[in-house]
Structures are given as C-alpha cells and as structure tokens.
Ligand binder design. Structure first.
Ligand code: FE2
Length: 367
C-alpha cells in the first residue's frame, strides 16, 4: 500500500486506458478477437448517453475503453480529426481523488474535470482529471468499494459464468510511453505533480541508429506500479521516428502501451494465431542476443520463431515484442512484455527495434 501520510499523491495503479477512436464498435471487435479482451460494459444511446458510445473490455487487470462520438461537431470527433485513433486517457487509481486533484492543481497541473461523485446501484466512485502532454489526460479514479463492472453509468454486459478473463494471458499495464517534442518539462511535471521519480536515463548515443535517434527518460510512482517513459526526438541524419509520430499524431501523445504477461511465449503464439502483426527484427539478432544475454529459462528457438526480443540488466532479464501500429497512421502500437527480474525497458533492444521500425518507416516514404 502507498504511504498516504507521507505521499501527497499516492498512486495505486492504472485504472483504465481510454482510446478515442472513429468506430468504437469495430475497434471493440478487434481487441476482443485479435487481442483476447472480454467486453464487460457499455454506455451509449441504450443507457441514456446521448453524445458518445463507450465499449469497456477487460483482460486480467487491464481495462480498455473504446469511445466514439455519436454527433457531428463533438470534442471527440475533433480529437479524432486531429490525431486519428489515439489514447485519450491514462486513468490512474488513487485512494483520494479530491486530495490528488487539489495537490495536482496546487503544483501547476491544468485541470480537465473537477472532482465529482458518480453513483449507481453498485456504489459510488469519485473521479477528477488533469491534463498532461498534448491532448492526453489523466483521470484520477477513487474507486473505493465500488462493485460494478466498470464505472457508474456503464451497463454491465451479461457474461457466461465460465468467461475467461485471462484471454491470451495479458495481465497488467506495465508502462505507457509518451512522445513529446521536449521531454524535460514533462519529466518535471510528473515529479512536481505526482511525486514520480526518474528511473534511469539514456542519451541519443544509446539509442541511435544510422538515421533516427531519440532521447528518453522514465518517471515512476514510488512503488513502480505506474511507469511513464517520455521520449523526444534527437538529432539524426534522417527523420527521427519520434518526429514521424509527432507529424502524424498532430503533436505529443501516447506512443505505446506495454502489457505484461507471465508467459510471453504462450501469449505471443496466441496473438500470432489470431493474426496480430508484430514488428520484424534484424536477421542477426538472435546470434548476438545468445552471446549478450547468456542462460535463460526459455528456449531460444521458441523466441526466434515468435520474434520475441530479450534484454538484461543487473537484476535479471526481460522478454518483449512490439506490435505493428493499430491504425493506418504510424502512431500508437502495443508492446507485450514479461519480466524475469529486470526493471528496465529493453534499452539493449532499442537498436534492433529501431532498425525494424525504420524499415517500416522507409516503406512509408518517411525516412
Ligand atoms: Fe516499452
């Protein structure tokens, strides 16, 4: 548990991630059938909501909300016109939403939604929201003992008693990465507003390929339950992949969401069987990786067959793989990650990863 007495902005984890998309009904079908999420709740015309429809899906402890506008000239439609499908809300679970909001505003955050209590027959929830980079927000959700499927106002879907929420094995949100033009003000923001600390730092010398470089810093809540790496483009011979994102997203926003599994081989096999496309990797990756990483529990042939990357730090190793973009714009994608002690983010794989991203960037005529 967070130490509420000494931490002015205690954080208990990720409550949900909301994407604003042009066709939430079809997106929900995609995340259900390709990614293994279970639709659990809905709000829209049938529940008395007149301006939008939201589909809520769950897998393990991950809640994904997909929302579309129902009317022209709507804020959500404007967001989609600017950004394409994108992540609107990285919602954080907090023990006291009023206190968290008051502290955030006092520390210079811009408010988006004043604290309010939402209630239905399952109980009540206090929710507020602040702005972060670009048009992204952080809802601050105080869930208390609320027993409903998602939040008040959402109709729970009737599910069979044997519904398998384990899906393909995705369990929790591990980290959410933001692309910005200038990361340092946002590193300071998370330090000032949420008391997050900077985990590690690498420079463009670490993450540099022939063409496209970036710099990145990671901020984390005290217990590591919420981790936000923040990227910015670095000088390079050709266009940085972060610049490409900023051009197509129309400014800063969420680049990728990393979802954690306890069995990455089973999870990635299931995702591949369902047709999820992943980034490729350079042909020599595994020859180098076997030497660089040393002994691991997994079979290297399985990792190579599935395209799973491995990295290690002082505390252990991690396995990871990146999906292709989940919309036509080269913006948002997902990462699948399994940690075997390592607390990093796969820095050792960045060069290999970037070469794979650049190969696709070149195909798009953007390198
Ligand atoms: Fe990541």
């Amino acid at each position: 548990m967070s130490d509420v007495a000494n931490d002015p902005f205690p954080v208990e984890g990720t409550h949900h991630i909301e994407m604003w998309v042009s066709n939430a009904k079809q997106a929900a079908f995609f995340y259900q059938h390709a990614y293994g999420f279970v639709p659990v709740a809905y709000a829209g015309l049938e529940t008395g909501l007149r301006d939008r429809a939201s589909h809520v899906l769950q897998q393990g402890n991950i809640r994904l909300v997909l929302t579309s506008p129902l009317q022209p000239g709507h804020e959500i439609g404007t967001h989609i016109a600017t950004h394409g499908d994108g992540v609107r809300d990285l919602a954080i679970l907090v023990p006291d939403a009023r206190a968290a909001y008051a502290h955030a505003i006092e520390k210079g955050a811009v408010g988006y939604r004043e604290p309010e209590v939402l209630s239905d027959e399952h109980g009540s929830v206090t929710i507020a929201a602040i702005r972060t980079y670009g048009d992204t927000i952080h809802s601050l959700v105080e869930r208390g003992n609320y027993a409903g499927a998602f939040l008040p106002g959402y109709r729970p879907l009737e599910l069979p008693a044997d519904t398998d929420f384990a899906g393909v094995g995705l369990r929790d949100v591990d980290h959410c990465v933001g692309n910005t033009a200038d990361m340092n003000p946002w590193v300071k923001f998370y330090g000032d507003v949420m008391g997050f600390t900077e985990l590690n730092q690498f420079t463009d010398e670490d993450i540099n390929t022939e063409y496209s470089a970036l710099m990145s810093k990671v901020v984390s809540s005290g217990d590591g339950k919420v981790k936000f790496p923040i990227n910015e483009p670095a000088e390079a011979a050709r266009k940085s992949q972060i610049e490409e994102y900023l051009d197509y997203y129309g400014g800063p926003g969420v680049q990728h969401i990393a979802l954690e599994t306890d069995d990455i081989i089973g999870t990635v096999q299931a995702l591949r069987d369902r047709g999820v496309p992943f980034l490729g990797r350079p042909g020599t990756y595994y020859e180098d990786a076997v030497k660089r990483i040393g002994p691991i529990d997994e079979n290297w042939e399985d990792l190579q067959r599935l395209g799973i990357l491995v990295d290690k730090d002082e505390e252990g190793y991690l396995l990871q793989i990146f999906t292709g973009n989940v919309q036509d714009r080269p913006t948002v994608f997902f990462e699948i990650i399994q940690r075997k002690g390592a607390k990093g983010f796969g820095d050792g794989n960045f060069k290999a990863l970037f070469e794979a991203i650049e190969a696709e960037q070149a195909l798009r005529g953007n390198l």
